[in-house]
Design a protein around this ligand. Structure first.
Ligand code: GDG
Length: 744
């Protein structure tokens, strides 16, 4: 039996390669992601693909690295210095990073860097395919450096299982829109089946980008890409809780923590740890600390800000400038406010072993996180995990993803300098009991939603989604289904075809009158009707005058206004008896009011219904107003026994006794067909799918939730299906009528 594999792909492998005295050393990363995924990629024949962070000197060295990494289940993607410069530093860090952290003015758009980004994503794709994955395997792609990869991989296998997780924020769609290559980036990510972010807001921004920029259709958190449903969800990343909590308790770390406290002579230690990055709000933190020293001079000599900044990207000019500014500000504060016995800020630009971090977490009275934007921020979670038996207070930026989970931290706006200074005072003065209560609440969250939980949830959901997609696929009209329908067709003699009009036989137009039948549609319908055993029924929401204009001279039966009018059986129009129209006055009043405040919206009056169209209204605004309209109409609906239909860019209110289902059923009961085919795209067609006998072959246009047995992807495929019947009918007629050759 085939054992499925998990393939992790990220920009960097969870390894560092160092060369000392001509010897290569492989140092495994202790980062959160490496730990969380460690239990997966090290197992069986699972693998992790990524850049090893090292440029080999020759082919021979590449070979050695490849072999050594293979033993650790790691597959390297080697990059040239030009590729690293263009793809990583140029595009990822100078376009995507600033834009995704809401820093539009920091973005530098260079076409050549985009070319490198595409080239390297392709190189990653080649590396994935070199491992020959199949659709039983699972691929998990990490982060913004590889946004094109999901689609590139998908092109090699339509069914392969792909998850994408983005560790940094996703900005509002109007910010994302600024990137010249935004469509390609979005389409790239949408190659995945499950796309996940740390916070709900990020998912909403991504969904908005999908609908507003690419014009995709959406249902809840699911975007439709052709016939594939792509889910966009929230999976806040956790940390290895047990590791951090055990480390903080260990005797060595405890001893070191005591040393640190003694070194600072039991002054209150305010800790901050971040990579050098403008998104982390390091300068703002320093301004706030200075403000605190000015505003609360009584705390002079009683606190120390221990600030560890981890070197990062300091070849990028923006980062170099930031580093210089931090150096300057720290120097300024220490020089102006420090004394002989006291230096307010202990600043280190360095990387420490994790044991030292742990001791700092254990020793710190306050942890100060002031990110201006942060996907999650793991430092604050590590601090919390180190405080099972220690006191401590977390001050957390409300603009870090972690703030959505750690509600018991003191939350601050990182731009509000005064608010941060006050929060420092609140933290220093916080009674022990309150500290414990808040910390315990945060601990409970960090402990439960740990890194293993995160990995488990993600894979479970990816599997569920593949299952949902598979079910959807089995409902899709493809060759097997078409043949089955045609077999039934051939074994029947009295056939009814219920065909909805707009969105089924013809595409939507901004102007309803432009949606007249085309010559080719007439031709197809004529051919279908030309078999004496076939009977077409056009069943539509359109007024009867329009249907008469378009189909009045045909043998088809017509049902207008969702069933209020029908020309069955005598080809003359009759309407359902005793329909009241009194409700129209208040409903029309409300609809007109909304049409008057929404440019591009209009009210259509039919004999037994009123429709509020917003196809021509501004994207988003039309949707919003339609919802407000629905809310305003809500109380009138039950009062007058009405039915409210939310169709494609239309809100329609009609008499409750009128519906396509009842109209179709009446025809069926009278006509007594032995084959029923019904196809439609709208909510109004659902009534028909529900009411018709279960043996009816019902087809929904568009892969939306439906009572229909089958679906076709779009309006073109709906017409193609009718066309398919016609061709089949013609070819079987030809066979029947061609002279038989007699073999002797
Ligand atoms: C991105 C997103 C998101 C720091 N200094 C040292 C050291 N660290 C470790 C910390 C922590 C990690 O680095 C930093 O994680 P963050 O989450 O704070 O930030 P980013 O690196 O920007 O990560 C971020 C994250 O992805 C995960 O999705 O939370 O929002 O920007 O684990 O402990 N580790 C060691 N020595 C150090 O000096 N050993």
């Amino acid at each position: 039996m085939y054992k499925k594999r998990t393939i992790i792909v990220s920009n960097r492998l969870p390894i560092r390669i160092e060369k000392t005295d001509g010897e290569l050393k492989f140092i495994q990363s202790e980062g959160g992601l490496a730990t969380g995924l460690g239990s997966i990629y090290k197992r069986d024949n699972n693998i992790w693909i990524g850049w090893p962070g090292y440029i080999p000197e020759c082919e021979e060295e590449k070979k050695i690295i490849r072999e050594q990494l293979a033993e650790l289940n790691l597959i390297p993607v080697f990059l040239t210095p030009e590729q690293i410069e263009g793809y990583y530093e140029g595009f990822s860090n100078e376009v995507l990073w600033p834009i995704f952290h809401y820093r539009l003015s920091y973005a530098i758009y260079k076409q050549e860097n985009w070319q490198y980004y595409k080239e390297v994503n392709q190189a990653f794709c080649d590396a994935v395919w070199a491992e020959q994955p199949n659709d039983k395997d699972e691929i998990w792609i990490h982060d913004y450096q590889l946004m094109l990869l999901p689609k590139l991989i998908r092109q090699g296998d339509a069914n392969i299982s792909i998850g994408y997780f983005q560790h940094i924020p996703f900005p509002p769609d109007e910010i994302f829109r600024c990137i010249p290559w935004r469509n390609e980036l979005l389409e790239g990510v949408l190659g995945a089946d499950l796309i996940a972010f740390h916070t709900y807001n990020d998912t909403q921004h991504f969904l908005n980008a999908g609908t507003h920029i690419l014009g995709l259709t959406i249902k809840n958190n699911c975007l439709q890409i052709g016939d594939r449903s792509v889910y966009v969800e929230v999976y806040p990343m956790g940390i290895d809780y047990d590791k951090f909590s055990a480390l903080a308790e260990s005797p060595d770390v405890q001893t070191r923590a005591r040393c640190i406290k003694e070194h600072y002579q039991n002054r209150k230690i305010i800790l901050s740890i971040d990579r050098l990055d403008y998104s982390k709000g390091i300068l703002e933190r320093l301004y706030a600390f200075e403000n605190f020293l000015i505003k609360y001079p009584q705390y002079s000599n009683q606190v120390v800000l221990y600030m560890l900044v981890v070197p990062s990207r300091d070849t990028v000019p923006q980062y170099k400038r930031l580093r210089d500014e931090i150096d300057r500000l720290v120097g300024h504060i220490n020089a102006v406010y420090g004394t002989n016995e006291w230096t307010p800020i202990a600043y280190y630009y360095n990387t420490y072993p994790v044991e030292e971090l742990s001791a700092l977490y254990a020793a710190a009275d306050v942890c100060l996180v002031t990110s201006l934007r942060d996907g999650m921020n793991l430092v604050c979670k590590e601090y919390v995990a180190s405080k099972e038996n220690e006191q401590g207070v977390l001050i957390l930026s409300e603009l870090a993803g972690a703030s959505k989970e750690l509600l018991d931290a003191i939350q601050v706006n990182p731009n509000a300098i005064d608010e941060i200074s006050n929060a420092i005072v609140q933290a220093i003065k916080m009674p022990e009991e309150e500290q414990r209560k808040r910390m315990d609440a945060n601990i409970a969250i960090v402990k439960k939603f740990n890194i293993n939980h995160w990995v488990r949830l993600f894979f479970n959901r990816l599997r569920e989604i593949k299952h949902i997609q598979k079910n959807e696929m089995s409902r899709k009209v493809r060759e097997g289904v078409r043949e089955m329908i045609f077999n039934q067709y051939q074994n029947s003699q009295k056939r009814l075809f219920f065909l909805d009009y707009d969105g089924t036989l013809i595409g939507f137009h901004k102007d309803a009158d432009d949606a007249a039948p085309t010559t080719s549609l007439y031709r197809i319908l004529e051919k279908l009707q030309s078999d004496n055993e076939n009977q077409i029924v056009i069943i539509s929401g359109r007024p009867r005058e329009t249907l008469t204009r378009w189909f009045g001279d045909k043998d088809y039966y017509l049902v207008a206004e969702h069933g209020a009018w029908t020309n069955y059986p005598a080809h003359t129009w009759t309407h359902r008896p005793q329909l009241s129209n009194r409700w129209k006055i208040p409903v029309k009043h409300i609809m007109t009011k909304f049409a008057n405040i929404t440019a591009g919206a209009s009210v259509e009056e039919k004999s037994y219904s009123l429709a509020w169209h917003y196809r021509k209204a501004q994207q988003g605004l039309g949707q919003l107003r339609s919802q407000e309209l629905v809310d305003s109409l809500r109380y009138l609906i039950p009062q007058h026994g009405l039915q409210l239909l939310q169709g494609d860019k239309v809100i329609e209110v009609k008499n409750g006794e009128v519906n396509k289902g009842l109209a179709a059923l009446e025809i069926v009961n009278h006509y007594k067909p032995d084959f029923i085919f019904a196809m439609g795209d709208d909510v109004t067609d659902e009534d028909m799918f529900i009411e018709l006998p279960s043996s009816a072959l019902t087809v929904k246009v568009g892969n939306k939730k439906s009572e229909a047995h089958f679906y076709v992807e779009n309006q073109e495929d709906a017409v193609n299906l009718v066309h398919y019947f016609v061709e089949k009918i013609e070819s079987t007629q030809r066979i029947k009528s061609s002279p038989q050759t007699i073999r002797i």
